[in-house]
Design a protein around this ligand. Structure first.
Ligand code: GTP
Ligand code: MG
Length: 421
């Protein structure tokens, strides 16, 4: 069983609806003023944490998600309808990263609370209708703005599976042996301490609808909370469980067993005081060995709720699993450590860049100019004039001159070619 579930998906917001060119119609007025409505907003793509989902497996089959575009505006200054957001359910605990060629991935957010939402791609805003472009010198603008292109990203989703039950105890207590006996997990088992180096997950199935996830962590030793034996790396997995099974090696002397129990309890509490009150089932292991059975009989009167099991013969194991299952159903969900979800960060507006291509053309790139180009209807001379006016205003014109552009040179922006003049 995989510990981390992953998926790559693409998300695209909906493009904004186009603004339109229209004129007011009034009685006795041959042609009224501009009355073209604005386009509607394109939909955002939003992830929503759904506690009923357990894996990211659905994303193996559906990987591409696009929100609807906004509708174009219409006459009489009527705006187009905005599109609904596209809401994609993901399991609780999903981490979201954004990928981009050649740059490290960017952490977008963590969906750690039920129904929490995270916007992962913004829809485009609607283009403005011609009503907005009237000025005293241009009373009849015959152009409108096109809808804004939307954001589109490739995301990596990562799900850290949450275990319901943690198996804890000193090294060599028999934790991995128990996990292997009750699940399909195949952790390494050996007669020496620190056999297990990474947490191992297994799904325990009691009946078709009754299952839980168990995590077997490396043995806890004194100082684990401060990092000894890599304790700090796996104690956080234990932290998220609803019930703990505390295994004690029955072959040890009675006084050593009690010492071990206190050591483990202290380490848990030092790591997180909430663990001191977590439901815990104390269990003596290796009951098939005579000395273990003897120690178990002695300890029963001292340790409340003590159970005995043998993972080798299966004795007591079924009862233990049902007790674990019952406790999980009754236990409250553990308080997860709070993760601050960063607010959605918009792609920064970069200033434009001008490069001279091999054929001598000036190639202008940059989010703002490319967006402006995408929203301009180049079939309209007036729209083109406005486009040039904006370029001049943000300094593109001056920079071209500085670079030596002359009349007749080619200028390229986002796939459109212009003649410099
Ligand atoms: N006789 C007997 N031996 C057992 C039983 N459970 C575990 N063992 C043995 O105890 C030794 C340690 O078992 P593991 O399951 O590797 O112990 P662990 O707690 O996972 O150990 P670490 O990963 O090192 O912390 C192995 O030699 C097992 O075969 C049992 O029920 N009966
Ligand atoms: Mg182990």
């Amino acid at each position: 069983m995989q510990f981390v579930d992953e998926a790559l998906i693409t998300v695209a917001g909906g493009r904004g609806g186009d603004g339109v060119v229209a004129w007011r119609r009034e009685k006795y007025v041959p042609k009224g003023g501009p009355a073209g409505g604005d386009g509607g907003r394109g939909g955002d793509v939003v992830l929503e944490a759904n506690p009923e989902l357990g894996t990211l497996i659905d994303f193996r089959f559906k990987k591409h998600f696009g929100a609807e575009a906004g509708r174009p505006g219409s006459t009489s200054n009527k705006s187009g309808r905005s599109a609904e957001d596209l809401v994609i359910p993901v399991p609780l605990g999903t981490l979201v990263y954004r990928l981009a060629d050649g740059t490290p991935e960017f952490f977008v957010g963590d969906l750690s609370a039920a129904r929490q939402r995270l916007r992962v791609a913004r829809g485009g805003r609607g283009g403005l209708g011609n009503q907005h472009f009237a000025t005293s010198s241009r009373q009849a603008p015959r152009f409108a703005e096109k809808g804004e292109p939307a954001e589109a990203y490739t995301l990596r989703l990562e799900l850290k599976l949450l275990a319901d039950c943690g198996i804890i105890g000193l090294p060599n207590a028999g934790k991995s042996t128990l996990l292997a006996a009750v699940s399909a997990a195949r952790p390494k088992i050996a007669d020496y301490p620190f056999t297990t180096l990474e947490p191992q997950l297994g799904v325990v199935r009691l009946a078709p609808e009754e299952s839980f996830v168990m995590v077997d962590v490396p043995g806890l030793i004194e100082g684990a909370h401060a990092g000894s034996g890599l304790g700090d790396r796996f104690l956080r997995h234990v932290e998220r469980t609803r019930v703990l099974v505390h295994l004690m090696d029955g072959t040890h002397d009675v006084s050593d067993i009690l010492d071990a129990k206190r050591t483990v309890e202290r380490e848990l509490e030092l790591w997180n005081p909430a663990l001191a009150t977590r439901a815990t089932l104390p269990v003596i292991t290796k009951l098939d060995l005579p000395e273990a059975r003897e120690h178990f009989e002695t300890l029963r009167s001292d340790v409340a709720g003590l159970r005995g099991i043998s993972a080798a013969t299966g004795e007591g194991v079924r009862d233990l699993l049902y007790a674990v299952y019952q406790t999980i159903r009754e236990a409250p969900a553990p308080q997860l450590p709070k993760v601050d979800t960063p607010r959605f960060i918009l792609t920064p507006k970069e200033p434009f860049d001008i490069e001279i291509a091999e054929d001598g053309a000036y190639v202008i790139t940059g989010e703002r100019v490319e967006r402006l180009a995408a929203m301009t209807d180049f079939d309209s001379d007036e729209a083109l004039a406005r486009f040039e006016a904006v370029l001049a205003k943000i300094g593109v014109e001056r920079r071209l001159r500085e670079l030596g552009a002359r009349d007749g040179d080619t200028v390229r922006i986002a796939g459109n070619e212009f003649v410099y003049s």
